[in-house]
Design a binder for this molecule. Structure first.
Ligand code: GLY
Ligand code: MN
Ligand code: MN
Length: 435
């Protein structure tokens, strides 16, 4: 399927789910970083999922009618503008955007306020992500009030507001073959980056030097950006879960935890590897590392159709709890450690999340109060870890060991496919690559 058809099919499917009503899906605003300098622009994931359109100042309006053939998709976007295009680059403009992206209609964004009240008039339901952006909320309620003011003309305002994300999240949680292909390519770039990081790490280098090597591979291979702020955490820094300073010296004898993944054409990859700065695990580092790896292997094995979302987490917990007991870090039985949550002192996050256009992707984890079942096409991370901070009742040889191992996994008909398998993770593979 070519990409225009793909986006069109998504809009048709959304319209069929809406039955009758209007969906308003604005893309993300441009955001100032400081004074007049902007952050690099990133479109809204829902908007992009339905349009493939990457420019700022776009709004998608889907009008769903009971007779499906009367439903339509309308794009509002920036006009062509010779001067702005000299300064900032190409703009599609409504006419070319309509043809290129397969919309039924396209108009200048400057007409949005004028046209929206008519598009909303006498429609029963508005589908809109209320609460995501206060400025848009005010604008949308303004349009609804304008419709209400016309009540004596016989029009009515939507009686119901549904969150558009409820329908879209369920679409996004199952990836198409085309999406999985892009995610495979993103994963391939990120695994190359992690391999390079392992090869170039040495005692005495700075964390940011390794960060630069990762980002070099991302951009050299065409990824637009890191999918999230890269974590390059040597030694004790690995025990800070969201460490992003990346400005410390790498010490001989420490581990280095790298959590970094690129975004390619909107899709995230998310990989963590942990390895010794000097290329050789110490005996205690190896023991803890192999525990986390065993937990990850158990979790990945339980990623298959029919497992619940929580099964990989529980599989990882069982292995980790036993390990913590064996190391003397926790007391009692595995069930005790899990029930009392004593493990949380060393493993305080969950074992994964959906992955897709957003690194923590769209989709509910429970349906009707129960963990949902995994289905082919779902993509998730599997990322157990162990973080041991210095404390009186923890043997000092464990202090400041922070380890996480994270892969991107897609559920298949028969089990799963690990998209990030090319990043080494056994002790032998890592030591071999670093030699
Ligand atoms: N890098 C974000 C995460 O692993 O969830
Ligand atoms: Mn993750
Ligand atoms: Mn991660």
């Amino acid at each position: 399927m070519n990409s225009t058809k793909l986006y069109k099919a998504r809009r048709h499917y959304l319209a069929s789910q809406m039955q009758r009503g209007v969906a308003i899906i604005p893309t993300a605003p441009e955001r100032l970083r400081n004074r007049d300098a902007y952050y690099p622009y990133r479109f809204d994931s829902y908007f992009y999922y339905l349009t493939g359109f990457r420019e700022p100042e776009g709004v998608l309006v889907v009008v769903a009618e009971t007779n499906q053939s009367e439903s339509k998709s309308i794009l509002f976007c920036r006009d062509k503008d010779q001067t702005r295009e000299i300064w900032d680059g190409f703009r599609f403009g409504p006419d070319v955007a309509k043809e290129t992206f397969g919309f039924d209609e396209a108009y200048s964004i400057s007409r949005l306020d004028e046209m929206m009240p008519d598009l909303l008039a006498s429609q029963p339901t508005l589908f809109y992500a209320l609460g995501q952006d206060a400025a848009w909320d005010a604008r949308v309620t303004g349009w609804i009030n304008q419709v209400r003011e016309q009540v004596r003309k016989g029009v009515s305002a939507p009686a119901k507001i549904c969150d558009s994300r409820t329908l879209l999240d369920e679409m996004r949680v199952i990836k198409s073959a085309e999406e999985i292909d892009v995610m495979k390519n993103a994963a391939a770039i990120s695994t190359e980056a992690h391999r390079r990081a392992m090869q170039l790490t040495q005692p005495g280098k700075q964390e940011y030097e390794i960060e630069a090597e990762l980002h070099y591979i991302f951009r050299r291979r065409g990824a637009q950006a890191p999918a999230y702020t890269s974590i390059v955490a040597g030694g004790a820094n690995a025990c800070v879960l969201h460490y992003i300073e990346n400005n410390a010296k790498l010490e001989d004898g420490d581990l280095l935890l790298i959590d970094a993944g690129c975004e390619l054409d909107g899709y995230a990859s998310d990989i963590t590897r942990t390895f010794p700065v000097n290329g050789k695990f110490s005996p205690v580092q190896k023991d803890v590392y192999e525990l986390v790896l065993a937990a990850q292997t158990a979790a990945i094995t339980s990623v298959k159709p029919g497992s619940t979302w929580d099964d990989p987490h529980q599989a990882a917990l069982k292995v980790l709890a036993q390990g913590f007991i064996d190391f003397g870090l926790c007391q009692g039985t595995v069930d005790d450690v899990i029930e009392s949550e004593a493990y949380k002192r060393f493993y305080m996050h969950r074992t994964g999340h959906w992955l897709g256009l957003d690194v923590h992707d769209a989709g509910d984890y429970k349906l009707h109060g129960s963990w949902r079942l995994l289905q082919p096409g779902m993509t998730l991370t599997v990322e157990p870890g162990c973080y041991i901070r210095p404390a009186e009742n923890v043997p000092p040889h464990f202090w400041n060991i922070g380890i996480r191992i994270e892969d991107d996994v897609v559920v298949t008909e028969t089990g799963n496919d690990i998209l990030t398998v090319a990043a080494p993770k056994s002790v032998a593979e890592i030591e071999e690559l670093m030699r």
